[in-house]
Ligand binder design. Structure first.
Ligand code: GLU
Length: 446
């Protein structure tokens, strides 16, 4: 068996979002799981729609997600290779020139549909005589090139769909190269997958039917076909198409919204399977539990609120290393202890600022009973403090004031943090430190 090689092949016509980041995550996990290679391929032959800036942002988004690639290809660098492959197909009689304009084709489709027939290309161009072709070319028409599908059932064992059998007659002969010479995805993808020895094509169901011409193209080019796996598409909670509100938000917008890359990766690794979506600290853990055969054929329901809830869970488990670069700016004295104390209280990392203010900012504690707080202040032990300090101190306050339970802990938390709830006080107290604690208990801003 050849070593596993997969690719993520975005068209640089927009930013990444949950839908189109999904094949990136799944292919990457599959590659890493099987010790294979993950190739990034920019499908940028469509000069009109492709934009350079999207090549850059897609790569930045992948890097943000933590996905690295072993090789990178741009289809726009391989145009000569596609021309060569087209010549090969011409020589072997697998393609034929067709001259219909877009308008003519659309009229044909309409009349077929009106007559209740499937809008499959009628192969009129295949019946043109040499003289008719010459006339069309003399009129200035340039041909586009269609691949002549072999009739009969095309069959493959899809990792997710199982045994697939599609009669080629149900499909139009696909256009491989436009009249202006632009090679199209269905074709370029096969040339690349063959040349780069891709072993598994893992992609969304929108490409399921492309597999028919693509399998035939591999054969026509004399190349071995990869294994195909088509995962079901993402839909909204109620089965509706994803809209911006419903998760077609770009990764960039999600990042601005405080969603962690690990939340997205771990969510996408399980969405569409019947396995629970679990928080994971890093990609290596995700790789371990990844199994492509767990994906089902039913559309995967995406709920942005579920992702937000998952994001919080991910944060609660995230190791300091995953956030260290975003915490340095706070110049905390004990960043690791701080992170471990507060992460369980975060919905997004933006909430961290509130807790930074508690340990090193300036706030005025909320005081319900100033006399009680003053007594407690007097009982604060000397530093150094550790996670035993809170227990010892509150026991002393209890002894001196006769309060216990909520009546004891609640006013102390309010005075020290300004909040009703939050991280465990035994972890917070040493981070707040004696000077701040003393001042806050006396009702001063500190
Ligand atoms: N550029 C294609 C897309 O973005 C790639 C499809 C494939 O994986 O074959 O949909």
């Amino acid at each position: 068996m050849a070593p596993v090689a997969v690719r993520f092949a975005p068209s640089p016509t927009g930013r990444l979002h949950m839908g189109n980041a999904r094949p990136a995550v799944l292919n990457w996990l599959f590659a890493r799981k099987h010790g294979g290679t993950f190739l990034l391929r920019h499908d940028d032959t469509d000069a009109e729609r492709s934009r350079e800036e999207f090549v850059t942002v897609i790569e930045a988004d992948l890097t943000w997600l933590g996905l690295d690639w072993d090789a990178r290809v741009r289809q726009s660098d391989r145009l000569a290779r596609y021309r060569e492959a087209l010549e090969q197909l011409k020589a072997s009689g697998h393609v034929y020139p067709a001259y219909e304009s877009a308008e003519e084709l659309s009229l044909k489709r309409k009349s077929q549909l009106n007559a209740g027939r499937p809008p499959v290309y009628d192969r009129a161009a295949l019946r043109l005589s040499g003289a008719e072709r010459a006339t069309l070319e003399a009129e200035g028409r340039k041909p586009h090139w269609r691949f002549k599908l072999t009739p009969g059932v095309t069959r493959w064992a899809d990792v997710i769909h199982g045994d697939m059998q599609v009669p080629a007659e149900s499909l139009s002969d696909p256009v491989l190269v436009r009249e202006d010479g632009t090679p199209l995805y269905v074709f370029t993808s096969v040339v690349d997958d063959a040349d780069l020895r891709i072993t598994h094509v893992i992609r969304g169901d929108e490409h399921l039917m492309n597999t028919v011409p693509q399998l035939q193209l591999f054969a026509a080019l004399g190349a071995a076909a990869p294994v195909f796996a088509h995962f079901a598409l993402l839909v909204g909670k109620e089965g509706e198409k994803l809209s911006k509100r419903l998760g077609a938000l770009s990764l960039d917008e999600m990042r601005a919204d405080g969603i962690e890359p690990m939340a997205i990766a771990s969510f996408l690794a399980r969405l569409g399977t019947s396995d629970p979506i679990e928080p994971r600290g890093d990609l290596a853990e995700l790789v371990e539990g990844f199994d492509l055969t767990r994906f089902g054929r039913a559309p995967a329901h995406f709920d942005a609120n579920e992702l937000r809830a998952h994001n919080a869970k991910v944060l609660h488990h995230l190791p300091y290393a995953a956030v260290s670069d975003r915490l340095v700016r706070f110049q905390l004295a004990h960043p690791v202890a701080f992170w471990q104390a507060v992460r369980g209280n975060l919905a997004t990392l933006r909430d961290i600022e509130d807790w930074v203010a508690v340990v090193r900012g300036s706030l005025r504690g909320r005081m319900e009973d100033a006399a009680f707080a003053a007594r407690a202040a007097d009982l604060l032990p000397a530093e150094p403090w550790n996670d035993q300090t809170w227990g010892g101190w509150t026991a002393a306050v209890a002894g001196a004031t006769g309060t216990k339970g909520r009546a004891l802990f609640h006013p102390l938390r309010l005075a020290l943090t300004g909040r009703e709830t939050g991280p465990e006080m035994k972890a917070m107290l040493p981070l707040i430190g004696r000077d701040r604690a003393l001042a806050r208990l006396r009702g001063e801003a500190a």
